[in-house]
Ligand binder design. Sequence first.
Ligand SMILES: [Zn+2]
Length: 147
Amino acid sequence: MDQEKLKYFTKLVLRERERILRGLDNVQEDLKETSEETLIEEIDKAFSSEGRELLSSFIDRHTEGLEAVNQALERIKEGTYGICVRCGGEISEERLEAIPTASLCLSCQQNLERQSRASQALISSPLRKWTEDDVIEPAEEEDEEEI
Ligand SMILES: [Zn+2]
């Protein structure tokens, strides 16, 4: 990647960071309000704790986003920006344009998603549904016929 392009993508990454940080600011404001509300309106406890959970998952997501931004900045410094961390191939510029913090090329990303979907499927349904092919005629029946 030439220097001009790298500068361009660095700007995109920094813009992404700004966007996340602004989002976090808003959330922290929201959190403050929520805690005040909680103090005043004890009745709405259930609702408030639910709201806080939502906000904290929102913060988690954004902290992850920030982590991705920091890693991207690190790669820019190291001169490995735009190179897939998994296979070492180039990440397409269209992809970086869409996701400036991308650390994987499209095919590695897709592989990873396929893998995590597969393992999630295994975790979420350890007992798959029986199909007709699975039904083995019980051996006892034959015994009964013999008797
Ligand atoms: Zn790759």
